[in-house]
Ligand binder design. Structure first.
Ligand code: URA
Length: 212
């Protein structure tokens, strides 16, 4: 009998963390010191999805704590948020050797964890950081053309962004990422308003149904 994929990736976030820590679904576990499941409150309104753990993340088991993480913290500060208010994870949970790009089979092996995290965190907005998380929702999309432009998928806003490391390597992108971050509160406010309008429209129906 095949196992339910949701159960295979953990029935709750604690089990998911445990499973990531002992995962052998691809080769990355051989070179990694620690699996890096992700962190943040449940539920979280915003979820950030990066690429893969780097050296520091692998040493400590925490996502985005190296140079990219410092910059991500700065960006969050610009919209009056900090890391305790958002969920942060990666497409793959173990560090690829030498920080190389994750391979398609590694991303596929790790996908049940990300799917399960999205279900458990239930974010209103997902911000993809870099091309590997972007390609899931924007296949064939080019970050230079679509960065900062949201679309709605299954009731969630998906916003593609440059990876913070890109700005650290190409200074000209710093202002672009900052400008994209500053749009996030407006997108969330629009989404909240839309949900409220929908709920208000549902209410009379509910009240009416109580009559019968
Ligand atoms: N880059 C990522 O994509 N993720 C991390 O956790 C750290 C650096």
């Amino acid at each position: 009998m095949s196992m339910n994929p949701a159960r295979a990736a953990g029935s709750d976030i604690a089990e998911l963390r445990q499973l990531v820590g002992s995962c052998t679904a691809c080769e990355l576990c051989r070179g990694a010191k620690l699996g890096v499941p992700g962190e943040g409150p449940l539920p979280s309104e915003i979820m950030f999805i990066g690429e893969a753990p780097g050296y520091h993340e692998d040493q400590q088991g925490t996502p985005f704590i190296g140079a990219s993480g410092q910059f991500l913290n700065e960006l969050l500060g610009k919209i009056d948020l900090d890391r305790t208010q958002v969920y942060i994870t990666n497409v793959v949970k173990c560090r690829p050797p030498g920080n190389r790009d994750p391979l398609p089979d590694e991303m596929a092996a790790c996908r049940p964890y990300l799917d399960r995290q999205i279900a458990l965190v239930d974010p209103r907005m997902i911000v993809t950081l870099g091309r590997f998380s972007m390609s899931r929702w924007f296949p064939g999309g080019r970050i230079s053309q679509i960065h900062g432009q949201p679309k709605t998928v299954d009731g969630r806003i998906i916003v593609p962004m440059y990876h913070p490391a890109a700005a650290l390597h190409q200074g000209a992108l710093k202002a672009t990422i900052e400008a994209d971050f500053l749009k996030l509160p407006r997108y969330l406010a629009n989404m909240r308003q839309l949900l409220e309008t929908e709920q208000a429209a549902e209410k009379p129906k509910l009240e009416q149904s109580r009559l019968f």
